[in-house]
Design a protein around this ligand. Structure first.
Ligand code: FMN
Length: 369
């Protein structure tokens, strides 16, 4: 696809996301980089990272942000569980807005993908005990996750309140909205999918009951923001966090159908050809977006293994409205412009993905810089 076709590319045409007038369709998805301050507040290099990647009329979503101390699964991931966290997020949101972009905050409880060193000795939580071999990132680096315990149903209201409070703080910080992290095997995803949810109470046993926890979280976020400023991220058939479901079409079809009643800003879908953050098979077609397009009535953001051509193709096909670029956004601060002009991309540096300093984080050059 040559530059001569730039003007006719859907990827660079405007889109109205709820009431936000976007000027292009290239989305910055959540990318955990583990560079927060030790008290989980926003660091100066984080602010610089987002400032660099903000583009006029562009849409960004933050890395996973924790609504409580115990919800952390990675040391260095930021939080919004204390009032003093708001100030740093405000600076970050202001920096993005000064560049003319919009930003949502992704809220995540990491559930069973955690370690007792991150939660003052408390065992990680999950809907049911289904042992798995995953990794958590503590102050000592990557370590096997700690054994988890099954959540008591009586604890659910408290968790929901943490998300509601976090959504309120995100609003106070001047964000444009929030995204529920319901993907990649973290807490909400483990409730939704039957490989990890073996409960037989109000939160498990049937598809409807497995979706109840996620829907309660969505309702809490919507109570603060209104539906048009809330998005939900899912990863149907994704494998990250050893997650699985015996019938993903039924589970995610039901969930997407239920989400319709909230008039959400968007549904953000990670295509199953991506395994968490690992190498993907780009030859596989994006299937989840096309399936859920038939069910979900609002805008769809597709993510996972997209390049310029693939992004344009899914937009032309009508299966998505916006396309997220993860790994390439880490190494290309001016990614939308590079894609628009069909310029070469800086390669990303996997070794710097999780943790570190400004190196291979905020020192990637813009084109011809
Ligand atoms: C370093 C790194 C951190 C990530 N952190 C998150 C995260 O915090 N929340 C999330 O929903 N997805 C996260 N992802 C997944 C990405 O948002 C994206 O879905 C994935 O990289 C696939 O897109 P890509 O093929 O364009 O890179 C992460 C991916 C990478 C590479």
């Amino acid at each position: 696809m040559g530059t001569s076709k730039t003007n006719s590319m859907l990827l660079f045409s405007p889109f109205r996301l709820g009431d936000l007038p976007l000027s292009h369709r290239v989305v910055h998805p959540p990318l955990t980089r583990l560079r927060a301050n030790p008290d989980d507040s926003v660091s100066d290099i984080m602010i610089e990272y987002y400032r660099q990647r903000a583009s006029p009329g562009g849409f960004m979503i933050t890395e996973s942000v924790h609504p409580s101390y115990e919800s952390r699964g990675y040391f260095g991931a930021p939080g919004i569980y204390e009032d003093h966290h708001v100030a740093g997020w405000k600076k970050l949101a202001d920096a993005v807005h000064e560049k003319g972009a919009y930003i949502f905050m992704q809220l995540s409880h990491d559930g069973r993908q955690s370690h007792v060193d991150l939660s003052r000795g408390k065992a990680p939580i999950a809907p049911s005990v289904v042992p798995f071999e995953g990794l958590s990132f503590t102050a000592n680096g990557w370590v096997p996750v700690s054994p988890h315990r099954a959540l008591d149903a009586g604890e659910v209201p408290g968790l929901i309140e943490q998300f509601r409070k976090a959504a309120e703080r995100a609003k106070e910080a001047g964000f444009d909205g929030v995204e529920l992290h319901n993907a990649n095997g973290y807490l909400a995803d483990t409730f939704l999918q039957d490989g990890t949810n073996k409960r037989i109470d109000a939160y498990g046993g049937t598809i409807e009951k497995r979706a109840a926890f996620s829907l309660a979280l969505v309702a809490a976020l919507v109570s603060v923001w209104g539906g048009s400023r809330v998005g939900v991220r899912i990863s149907p058939s994704g494998k990250w966090g050893s997650i699985s479901d015996s019938n993903p079409e039924a589970t995610f079809g039901h969930y997407a159908q239920q989400l319709n009643s909230y008039d959400l800003a968007y549904l953000h879908i990670i295509e199953p050809r991506v395994m968490g953050t690992e190498t993907i098979d780009e030859s596989l077609p994006p299937v989840a977006s096309s399936f859920l397009r038939q069910v979900f009535k609002g805008p769809i953001i597709a993510a996972g293994g997209f390049n310029r051509q693939g992004a344009e193709a899914i937009l032309q096909k009508g299966d998505a409205d916006l396309v997220a670029f993860g790994r390439y956004f880490t190494s290309n601060p001016d990614l939308p412009e590079r894609l628009k002009q069909n310029l070469p991309l800086n390669p990303y540096v996997r070794e710097a993905f999780w943790g570190g300093n400004e190196t291979d984080y905020i020192d990637f050059p813009r084109y011809n810089q």
